[in-house]
Design a protein around this ligand. Sequence first.
Ligand SMILES: [Fe+2]
Length: 323
Amino acid sequence: MSIRSLGYVGFGAPDPAVWLEYATRIIGLMPARACAGEDWGIPMVPGSGPASAGSGVADDGTVYLKMDDWQWRIAIHPDAENRGIKYIGLEVEDQIDLEEQVAKLNEAGFPAELGTQAQAQARSVTGIAFTRDPSGNAIELFYGPVLDRKFASPLGMEFLAGPFGVGHVNLLTSDHLEDAQNFYTRVLGFKLSDYIHFGGGNVANFYACNARHHSVGLLKVGGAIGIHHLMLEVTSVDMVLQCLERVNDAGIAITSTLGRHVNDNMLSFYMRSPFGFEVEIGFDGRLIDKDWTANQFVEGDIWGHRGLDPETIARNIAAMPQT
Ligand SMILES: [Fe+2]
């Protein structure tokens, strides 16, 4: 079996509370009703609910955010050293699938091991395993996430998630792109959905694990590594524009203007999130099926998206706050 979805993502930030404010007041995500691993208490018994009481903030300061029926989708951990991605959670089908994936990873030369029950509970999933991609990103395979439903955006936003997953993460791979592509496609079973070759040896490749055009993108832009952006997809063009209005009102830096991508057809804009990497808010992304074949493009956009040329991307990466 192959990966079913990009299930969850964890980031590091010096002050997760700042990210909570950004996520709830600008994007419209909801603080998790209970933090990952937290005791839910006894249903219907007054006062016995989760200790975090819907604040989304765990005892250690980690912030958990909800965007659909899943208990949480995005976590921001206190970390002054690593302000980028801490782990990427990829959903598999069940315990048998998890064990098969671990065996396959080890056979392919990527050390992987099954996690304990406690480690699974700490992510609010039923079973978990750990490995790393060729760029060193921590990859967690899991099955059986906790679904607590009752998503209600504080800003009336609705996200296209569920079986399609969180959205997508685009990772900067520097010279690891070919190895990373082999890891995601040959080992984990992602499908190359499209690729763009820019001038100067800059490359952007896109990989699907379900009907979403891509859940992972791999970028070679100069020598940079880490995460370039996290994309969250909403269900109307108005929600994109309402978010853009909030971003402008708050004085948050727009790193790419409104535009439509040529590959996944996403109508979107990009902004600088607190402490570094970019967040793309999009609508109308392309869904693909098993008959989809990859196309090569020579430019990224049908229109707009000023700021996504390799030179500006490299300049924006260099301008990210450094630890
Ligand atoms: Fe994107």
